[in-house]
Ligand binder design. Sequence first.
Ligand code: GAR
Length: 197
Amino acid sequence: MKRVAILISGGGSNMVSLVDDMTGDHPCRPVLVLSNVPEAGGLAKAAARGIETQVIDHTQFPKDRVAFEAALHATLLAASPDIVCLAGFMRILSPEFMAKWDGKMLNIHPSLLPKYRGLHTHQRAIDAGDAEHGCTVHEVTAELDGGPVLGQATVAISAGDTAETLAAKVLPFEHQLYPAVLRRYAQGDRTIVRLGT
Ligand code: GAR
């Protein structure tokens, strides 16, 4: 069994979709859910599922990314994860930190990478007049939102879409895509998963 740690900052709906898939013949089990936000709604959802939770509050490390990441790294190491999934983890990690988890860390991003790295992806896709949008699961490398793509789901953008309606269309695909990629990745299969239109 592969041990999976999941990093969150918010509601944790992607974390829940990953955790709830890790049963039966799944090659992984969740061992830790870690948040940088003490109030993150996902923490209670993880605890309710019997998973260890930890908080490393970045505000306790003002202007000291090195110390924050050292605490994050130590807490992760203590759980001995084989794979770390970023699931709505909204802190930018340094290239040095990401290099430590090279080949073991995945992220989900709400755009069709390489389009729209960073924030406000739904609005940017609308503003660009794109016909399609979606989400991507990729391996984390030292480059922000830049590692090899492992899966993508596409959705059509409709004329009346706002950032909110588009986010609501993409999210259910995130919940399908991330578990599908994790299953493959844990078995050493990096074939790209494609979902959606
Ligand atoms: C998801 O839409 C995820 O793709 C996005 O944050 C949301 C978290 O929701 N991640 C990023 O924007 C990463 N840059 P969740 O907490 O319900 O999973």
